[in-house]
Write a new protein. Structure first.
Length: 611
C-alpha cells in the first residue's frame, strides 16, 4: 500500500522524526511493514514524534479530550491545520452543489464543552460570512422560548456538531414544541453516526444531514456517502482496517506524523453499492470509555454520554437508579456550576429515555472498580438551590464568627452568566474583616472553587457601599443566617456613590478604547467588560431614581424606557459575552461594544449633573 504522498511522508518521517528512524524500514516503502502506532506509544514518545525540520512557529498544538482513553497532545503543521476545512468544503460541494451557495453561509460548530470559549474567524470562502464555534452550555439555561428564538440564528446556515450534542438539542426542541431552526445542512462528526440520529435530525430540523469520520488528532479520514450509511476515505488520510481495527495515517501533517495510528474504533470494508466509485468504510463500533451507567442492575456504555461528560470536565460518572429517578455520582475537583449541571442532567435523562428526577452528587474520586449497585431514588431532605450553595454551607456552618453569608451577582441567574462571571460570596462578621483568619478562610474557599470571590465585611462597611448593599438585598441566595440583615440604601446615597464610580468607569473605558493594542483583548472579554460597566451604570440609574431592582436582566429591560443611547449595542454585547449568540469575527466589534458602554456611562454622568 503506497502512493506518492505516502512515499513522501514515510521518507520525511524516517529522515527527520527521531521516533521513526528505526521504525520505518528502508525503501522501497510499504506501509504494512511499519508497526502499528498505539495511543500509549504516542504519549510516551511525546516530542520524539516531532519533526526536526519545518518551522515550529507555524505549528499548532491540539489536545484531545481523552474521552475514550488518555488525552493526547498533537502538533499540526499549516497543511494539516487546513485539512478539515478542505475536506468539509469538498463534501458540501459534492453533496449540496454550488447552486446552494453554501459557501456564502456561516459555518457554525455547536458544542457543549465546559472550558471552550465560543470563537469566530472570517470564513475562508466568502467575505462577511463566519466560521464559528458556538458553545451552547450557557444558552441552555435560557427559558424555552428564548432558547428556541436564539437558535433561529441557525436558519439557512451550515451546522456541524457531534451526534450527542445534536441529539440533546433535538430532545430539547422537541420538548419545547413549535417551529425548530432549519439549517441548510447539518454535518455530524466525532462519533459513530447511526441512522436514528440522521433521521431525527433530518426530520426535526428539515435539513440535509451529512457526516464525517473525524479525529482531533488525525483530521477528517472519511466523509459520508450520499447513497449509503457508510463513509468514503478522503485523499488526505490513508485508512486501513486490520483485524477489524481502524488505522489511519494523516498524509499532510509532517510536523508530527502519526503512521498507522490505531484509533480504537472498529470497522469493515463493504461493497460500495453506490455510484461514487470509491471504497466504502462502515464503522461498527467506537472506542470504549470511562462511564458506567447502571440502570436496573444492567451496566451499559454510551459513547455519546462519555463525550459530553468529558466536555464538561467530569472525571468519571456513575449513574444509578430506576424508573422513579436517578442519582448521578461524578468525580470532579469542585462543584459543577449550574449551567454544566443542567446539561449533565439532560444527558442522563436522554440515556434513560424518560424525564425522571435526577440528583447530582459530587465525590472527590470515584472508585471505578466498585460494583454498580442500583438503589432507589431518594431526594435529599433539603433541596439546595444549587450545588455551590450546599458546598459553601458545609464549609461555613462550623466557622465561628460568621453572622451571615450570601451569594449574589449574575452567577445566581444562569441566563445572564458569562464565563468571566465570578461567584460573589459576602461573609458578614462583627468586626475586623481583614483579620488573618478571614484571609485564610477566603484562600481556602477560593482554592476549592477558583471562580469564587469572597468578600468578608461588616454591616458598617456595607452601609458605605450602596450598590453592594442594594444587590445583597435585591439579588441574594442566603448561605447562612436569616434574611438580609442590612437596610436598602437611600437614593441619595446611591447617587453620591454613582458620581465617584462613573468618573472611574469612564477613565477605564476611555483608556481601553484608545489603546491601539489593549492587553488580553478578545471579543468575548471586551463584550463582557462593556456589559459589566453598562449594566452597573444602569443599576446606579435605577437606585438613584428610587428603584429597587438590580438584576442585570431587569435593569436592561427597564432601560428601554429611559432613553439610554446605544442600548442595542449593549444588548448585543451582553448576548455575545454570555454566548447566547455566536461571536462576531470582526476584531473591531469588541471596541464598538466598549464605545457603547462609554456612551451609557456618559449618559449617567449627564443625568447626575442635571439632578
Amino acid at each position: 500500500m503506497v502512493n506518492d504522498e505516502l512515499t513522501g511522508l514515510l521518507a520525511d518521517a524516517r529522515r527527520a522524526v527521531p521516533f521513526y528512524q528505526d521504525r520505518i524500514p528502508e525503501p522501497p516503502f510499504d506501509l504494512t511493514r511499519v508497526p502499528i502506532l498505539t495511543r500509549p506509544e504516542i504519549r510516551v514518545a511525546a516530542a520524539r514524534l516531532w519533526s526536526t525540520e519545518g518551522d515550529p512557529r507555524t505549528w499548532k498544538r491540539i489536545r484531545t479530550t481523552g474521552t475514550t482513553g488518555e488525552p493526547l497532545s498533537v502538533v499540526l503543521d499549516p497543511s494539516a491545520q487546513r485539512q478539515e476545512l478542505g475536506e468539509l468544503a469538498e463534501l458540501l460541494d459534492r453533496t449540496l452543489g454550488p447552486e446552494t451557495a453554501w459557501d456564502e453561509r456561516d459555518v457554525l460548530h455547536l458544542t457543549l464543552h465546559r472550558s471552550a470559549s465560543s470563537v469566530a474567524v472570517p470564513s475562508p470562502w466568502y467575505p462577511g460570512a463566519v466560521l464559528a464555534k458556538w458553545n451552547l452550555s450557557r444558552l441552555w439555561q435560557l427559558p424555552d422560548a428564548d432558547f428556541r428564538a436564539a437558535l433561529s440564528r441557525l436558519d439557512g446556515q451550515v451546522v456541524t456538531a457531534m451526534p450527542s450534542v445534536l441529539a440533546l438539542l433535538l430532545d430539547r426542541l422537541r420538548g419545547i414544541g413549535g417551529p425548530a431552526p432549519s439549517p441548510l445542512a447539518v454535518v455530524l462528526s466525532g462519533e459513530t453516526v447511526g441512522p436514528e440520529i440522521r433521521q431525527a435530525a433530518a426530520a426535526g430540523l428539515t435539513t440535509r444531514v451529512l457526516a464525517t469520520y473525524t479525529l482531533a488528532e488525525a483530521g477528517t479520514a472519511a466523509t459520508s456517502c450520499p447513497e449509503t450509511g457508510g463513509y468514503h476515505p478522503t485523499g488526505s488520510v490513508a485508512v486501513e482496517v486490520v483485524d477489524g481495527d481502524i488505522l489511519v495515517t494523516p498524509l499532510l501533517n509532517r510536523a508530527m506524523p502519526l503512521i498507522r495510528y490505531r484509533t480504537g474504533d472498529r470497522g469493515e470494508w463493504a461493497e460500495p453499492g453506490c455510484g461514487c466509485g470509491e471504497p466504502l468504510l462502515r464503522l461498527t463500533s467506537t472506542r470504549p470509555g470511562n462511564v458506567t451507567i447502571g440502570i436496573a442492575g444492567r451496566p451499559v456504555n454510551r459513547v455519546e454520554f462519555e463525550k459530553l461528560t468529558a466536555a464538561l470536565e467530569v472525571d468519571a460518572v456513575r449513574v444509578t437508579g430506576g424508573d422513579d429517578g436517578a442519582v448521578v455520582e461524578y468525580a470532579a475537583a469542585g462543584p459543577l456550576p449550574a449551567a454544566e449541571g443542567a446539561v449533565l442532567v439532560a444527558a442522563v435523562r436522554r440515556v434513560l429515555g424518560r424525564p425522571v428526577p435526577v440528583r447530582l452528587h459530587r465525590l472527590d474520586s470515584l472508585d471505578e472498580t466498585a460494583p454498580v449497585v442500583p438503589r432507589p431514588f431518594q431526594p435529599p431532605a433539603v433541596l439546595a438551590t444549587d450545588e455551590v450553595t450546599g458546598w459553601l454551607r458545609e464549609r461555613l456552618a462550623e466557622v465561628p464568627g460568621v453572622l451571615w453569608a450570601s451569594l449574589t451577582g449574575s452567577s445566581l441567574d444562569p441566563a445572564v452568566t458569562s464565563r468571566f462571571s465570578d461567584i460573589d460570596l459576602t461573609v458578614l462578621v462583627a468586626a475586623d474583616p481583614s483579620a488573618p483568619r478571614w484571609r485564610s478562610l477566603a484562600r481556602q474557599l477560593h482554592e476549592g472553587l477558583p471562580t469564587l470571590r469572597v468578600n468578608v465585611t461588616t454591616a458598617a462597611d456595607l452601609a458605605d457601599s450602596p450598590l453592594i448593599a442594594a444587590r445583597l438585598c435585591a439579588e441574594r441566595r442566603v448561605v447562612l443566617g436569616a434574611d438580609c440583615p442590612i437596610d436598602f440604601p437611600a437614593p441619595e446615597a446611591a447617587a453620591a456613590e454613582a458620581r465617584m464610580w462613573a468618573q472611574n468607569a469612564r477613565a477605564v473605558l476611555w483608556t481601553r478604547i484608545t489603546d491601539p493594542n489593549p492587553p488580553g483583548a478578545d471579543v468575548l472579554r471586551e463584550a463582557w467588560m462593556a456589559t459589566k460597566f453598562a449594566v452597573d451604570a444602569l443599576r446606579y440609574q435605577a437606585l438613584r431614581t428610587g428603584g429597587r431592582e438590580t438584576g442585570a436582566a431587569r435593569v436592561l429591560d427597564e432601560a428601554q424606557h429611559w432613553g439610554v443611547p446605544g442600548l442595542p449595542a449593549v444588548r448585543a454585547a451582553a448576548e455575545v459575552a454570555r454566548e447566547h449568540r455566536p461571536p462576531p469575527a470582526d476584531v473591531a466589534a469588541g471596541r464598538r461594544y466598549l464605545e457603547a458602554a462609554l456612551g451609557v456611562v456618559d449618559w449617567l454622568i449627564t443625568g447626575l449633573r442635571a439632578a
